[in-house]
Design a protein around this ligand. Structure first.
Ligand SMILES: [Zn+2]
Length: 555
């Protein structure tokens, strides 16, 4: 039936084309297996675009029907999806990870140290060695790195290695000496200097203790930031990402991105959320910055409610199952509430980080109160599409409130499969059923904007897609009691990274599916993500990325 409809549509298009002799197009992708994103099926066909928009989707576009000059790419049956969007990715951080020593995804401490050692051998004596992304969760050594590990091969270069979550660094003795940190140094407010049984610092500095070394690390300049953005963009389009929602940043970042755009180097679309505080107040004053080309839009504010589950900072209603505490809140209510009402009046979206069930409840309370107040003053914008970033643990009663208040959960499948190694310890078997509850949320009629939280996670569409449909870690492992029933269908996973993020950024009219009139944004893979066996998803490869009708990456 669907197939029949398609033939009718393409016949209609073909007739109208014939009347105008030849079709003036820039780019033609022929012989592709097309997933339009409108349903879970594919068909073999051709897509043509002119400037930034799709102007033809159908079975074939005969040579005789297009004018000379179009770039034609024969896809030999490869798989075309609507452009993938990462609805939560820290673009500058992704770039800095690429520019510095990237320690993400290394599965043991010994290998991590080996990588640092090799990197050091490419550097001069005295150069700063700055690495990011190590995570001990799956290391067989089952311990943090220490300064002595680093001293053994780096006695003369300052070394700083940041944990993937950004909440801790390990440094070598050279850095401790520079910063005058020794056995007598006291822990700063909101952080600690890890010490061994003899009272000697181990080199691990947690949270606010990281500030003790900040002044000694060479300062990053605007040029560095620009290079990081460019590097992040380049890396993202090579993986098939055509858009990113950036959760937090400054007006300096926006000015750099504008410059990159004016140089025609903004290869992926950016939907930008400014950070709470001074940037938020500035945006509230001037109102949303909506780009008619949809390349760089700024119409949202990123706020924070609580911490993260791994470090037991997520705010829970009841105590942690493995710790005598309920987590922490990170906000000043008297500053937050007035910003919310102003944002609603100006059509500015709010996206608040909330992980724990208490964190999520408090944010729902804020949002609800704001909506009630706006309605009282006849100021209520229909469908403000406010979001909760992460939405990790939500009681069933509060899941209902997402529906009633029309809040968009913005979630990262890779968090679930990373956290499955400790989430049951933290939450216990009852509460785990309310965690990463994708299936429950979707069954109640919600959409989920899918993201990666890179550079906290790796930030690869294959990993996210795999995580969404399997809920198992990359080795296929999951723990007893882990709620596999929350996993998604392939089509739901596809929507999570295409049309649903488009709705979350108010752009579903112009992107998110492959349809005539929408932007020509495509992610093209060598494998059929919708049908291949689960484990093969991770082996699929992005071979071509098209944004705004232009090839921005080709293998
Ligand atoms: Zn984040």
């Amino acid at each position: 039936m669907i197939r029949l409809l398609f033939i009718v549509v393409s016949l209609y298009v073909s007739t109208s084309i014939a009347a105008s002799k030849c079709l003036d197009v820039d780019l033609i992708l022929t012989n592709g297996t097309i997933y339009s994103g409108l349903n879970d099926r594919s068909f073999v066909g051709t897509i043509a675009s002119k400037e930034s928009k799709i102007i033809y989707v159908g079975d074939i576009l005969p040579d005789s029907l297009h004018c000379a000059g179009a770039k034609v790419i024969n896809l030999s049956g490869k798989y075309i999806y609507p452009g993938f969007t990462d609805a939560h990715g820290h673009l500058k951080g992704i770039g800095y990870r690429e520019l510095s020593l990237n320690l993400q995804g290394i599965s043991s401490l010994s290998e991590t140290l080996e990588v640092v050692k090799n990197y050091l051998s490419t550097k001069e004596l005295g150069d700063w060695i700055i690495g990011r992304g190590w995570i001990d969760k799956v290391w067989p050594e089952n311990r943090f790195p220490t300064r002595w590990d680093l001293d053994s091969f780096a006695p003369n270069n300052p070394v700083v290695l940041e944990r993937a979550d950004g909440h801790a660094v390990v440094v070598n003795s050279t850095v401790l000496k520079l910063a005058n940190i020794d056995s007598n140094t006291e822990d700063p407010q909101g952080g600690f200097i890890e010490k061994d049984i003899n009272g000697e610092p181990t080199g691990l500095l947690v949270d606010m203790a990281m500030n003790l070394i900040a002044d000694f690390i060479p300062k990053l300049t605007r040029e560095d930031d620009k290079e990081a953005f460019l590097e992040g963009i380049k890396r993202n389009v090579s993986l098939g990402w055509t858009q990113i929602h950036v959760p937090g940043g400054t007006f300096d970042d926006i000015s750099i991105l504008n410059e990159i755009k004016s140089e025609n180097k903004l290869l992926q679309r950016v939907y930008f959320m400014v950070s709470d505080g001074e940037p938020a107040d500035r945006l509230l004053k001037q109102g949303p910055i909506i780009d008619p080309e949809h390349l760089l839009t700024v119409r949202a504010i990123k706020m924070y409610a609580d911490g993260a589950l791994g470090s037991r900072g997520a705010a829970l209603l009841e105590k942690y199952s493995d710790y005598d505490g309920k987590g922490v809140f990170i906000f000043l209510e008297e500053e937050t509430r007035p910003r919310l009402i102003k944002a609603l009046n100006k059509g500015i979206q709010i996206g608040t980080h909330a992980i724990g069930d208490h964190g999520n409840r408090v944010v729902l309370d804020w949002y609800e109160d704001t909506f009630i107040e706006a309605k009282k003053n006849n100021n209520f914008l229909v469908s403000p599409r406010w979001r909760i970033e992460h939405s990790q643990n939500i009681t069933p009663q509060d899941q209902r409130r997402f529906v009633e208040l029309d809040i968009i959960p913005s979630m990262q499948p890779s968090h679930a499969i990373g956290d499955l190694h400790f989430a049951i310890d933290r939450l216990g078997l009852d509460r785990i059923n309310n965690a990463y509850a994708w299936r429950n949320l979707i069954n109640q009629g919600l959409i989920i904007a899918g993201g990666t939280d890179a550079p906290v996670e790796i930030g690869d569409p294959r990993i996210e897609f795999y995580a969404a449909v399997t809920r198992k870690d990359l080795d296929g492992f999951y723990d007893e009691g882990w709620n596999l029933d929350q996993r998604l269908t392939r089509f739901e996973a596809l929507k999570m990274f295409t049309i649903w993020p488009a709705i979350a950024s108010f752009e579903e009219e112009v992107k998110g599916t492959i349809e005539v009139g929408k932007f020509a944004d495509f992610s093209i893979f060598d494998k059929d993500l919708m049908t291949i066996p689960e484990q093969i998803i991770l082996e699929a490869k992005n071979i071509l990325t098209v944004v705004n009708g232009k090839v921005v990456f080709q293998e």
